[in-house]
Design a protein around this ligand. Structure first.
Ligand code: ADP
Length: 440
């Protein structure tokens, strides 16, 4: 049936061409060069008709979808490269489909919850873990604004502002409370991924470790005080002790003092890590500098000067006095510890750009090689263990300083060059720094 139609159509084409040729010949006759013009038109029309017929037939065969073997040699010639290309595209399409399925399966097996958010904050997709942690369902909540289903609608803003560090919040789930870390990963065109990580177990273990260290330190405190007390009594006895015994007792005393310092630092760290900071108050910067300088002068050897560099308007820091004193005191003691006499230690404060401000401790001491700088705030990390111990260091000072900085939204910045000296800075954000009179 289709073939008959095609033939009829081809015949119609042929008649039209012949009519065209006839017309051209008639026009030619009028101008007395009929034969040439007519033959030319006839030839052109015939050629055009042949091409059209070929094309129509090949296309007709192609559209029947007949297997390759059943095609005419002419159609095979034309269709072979097209069908080869089609096979390539089909294979690629199939591979892309399989990859997509695998990606979706992997996305659902991720141990971290992931929510893909559109630019307007609505949920585009979420994986199984995110469904489980945030108590959402794809069918119900897809296309809805995520902010509505978080424990607090304001969370989304806080997560976005928290950057790479992420925001940790309590998420209720089936009668229990999870501690989840939520992190914002910006994508193209305002879209974003929200990563949700369950940190409940990690935080429990971290708390256990902290409690253990705090308890051990606490338990060691009393026996150490007693040992130190008896040793001091024996050393201060009116009748002098025989020389070897006095030497042994002095060793015991020095070690007891060192252990006591260690225990105190461990307790300070445990307290900084495990508790919320007390309410912040404006703390006078001038007083902070004086306290730290007095502490440093108390242990500085002869030939080492300790100076205070007051800014024109010392002002105040919004924070916890004891913690700020401890941080600046640690930096000042380190400066004295690692600066041989003759030398100079300067403890000061200055305003920085964007309304920020900083406390600094500068020394002309031994300095620190650049490769050690990133690890200095790790507990018990020392550049030179023996030297630190000789100078009464515990290896915990900068860890304490770093914790205090974090609790005050401040940053610890270190500039140092071996043999030249160091500058340690605590940089406070504008909201915590005020120039001029301290607000009591
Ligand atoms: P420590 O009790 O050993 O001083 P810290 O945590 O306070 O422990 O410091 C870690 C290490 O950083 C020190 O052991 C020392 O090597 C180095 N350090 C700290 N402050 C200074 C400084 N002002 N100059 C040179 N090195 C320093």
């Amino acid at each position: 049936m289709k073939t008959a139609q095609r033939l009829r159509r081809q015949r119609r084409f042929a008649w039209r061409r012949l009519a065209g040729v006839g017309t051209v010949a008639a026009v030619g006759a009028l101008f007395s060069w009929p034969a040439g013009l007519g033959l030319l038109a006839l030839g052109l029309g015939w050629a055009w008709w042949c091409v059209e017929r070929e094309f129509a037939e090949v296309l007709g065969e192609a559209l029947t979808g007949a297997p390759h073997e059943d095609l005419s040699p002419r159609a095979r010639l034309v269709l072979e490269p097209l069908r080869a290309q089609e096979r390539v595209w089909r294979r690629r399409l199939e591979a892309a489909r399989r990859d997509r399925e695998r990606l979706i399966a992997a996305w659902d097996r991720l141990p971290v919850g992931v929510v893909w958010l559109a630019a307007d904050g609505t949920i585009r997709r979420l994986n199984r873990r995110a469904e489980d942690l945030l108590q959402l369902q794809r069918r119900l909540h897809g296309g809805q604004p995520l902010a509505l289903f978080l424990p607090e609608p304001r969370w989304l803003e806080r997560i976005r502002a928290s950057g790479e560090a992420g925001f940790t919040g309590e998420v209720p789930r089936r009668g229990e409370t999870l501690h989840c870390r939520l992190q914002w990963v910006p994508l193209e065109e305002g879209e974003a991924l929200l990563l949700v990580e369950d940190r409940t177990e990690a935080m429990r273990l971290e708390r256990m470790r902290r409690d253990f260290v705090a308890n051990v330190s606490h338990e060691l405190r009393t026996p150490l005080t007693i040992v130190r007390g008896y040793v001091e009594t024996a050393l201060d006895a009116p009748t002098p002790l025989p020389p070897p015994l006095a030497g042994y007792l002095e060793q015991v005393h020095a070690q007891a003092v060192r252990m006591q310092r260690l225990v105190e630092d461990l307790l300070t760290l445990a307290q900084l890590e495990g508790t919320q900071p007390p309410p912040a108050k404006w703390v006078d910067v001038g007083e902070l500098l004086e306290t730290a300088a007095a502490q440093a002068r108390g242990v500085a050897p002869e030939g080492l000067t300790v100076e205070v560099d007051f800014p024109p308007q010392p002002g105040a820091i919004l924070g916890v006095r004891t913690e700020l004193e401890s941080a600046l005191g640690n930096l000042a003691l380190n400066a004295v510890r690692y600066t041989p006499a003759p030398g100079r230690v300067v403890i000061g404060a200055r305003a920085a750009e964007n309304g920020e401000g900083e406390l600094f401790v500068r020394d002309t001491g031994i300095g620190i090689a650049p490769e050690h700088l990133p690890r200095l705030t790790e507990r018990f990390y020392r550049v030179d263990r023996a030297r630190s111990r000789d100078r009464g260091g515990t290896g915990l000072g900068l860890a304490i300083v770093n914790h205090v900085a974090q609790r005050h939204e401040a940053r610890l910045l270190i500039d140092s060059a071996p043999g030249k000296g160091s500058e340690f800075r605590l940089r406070f954000p504008s909201g915590r720094w005020r120039e001029g009179e301290a607000v009591k």
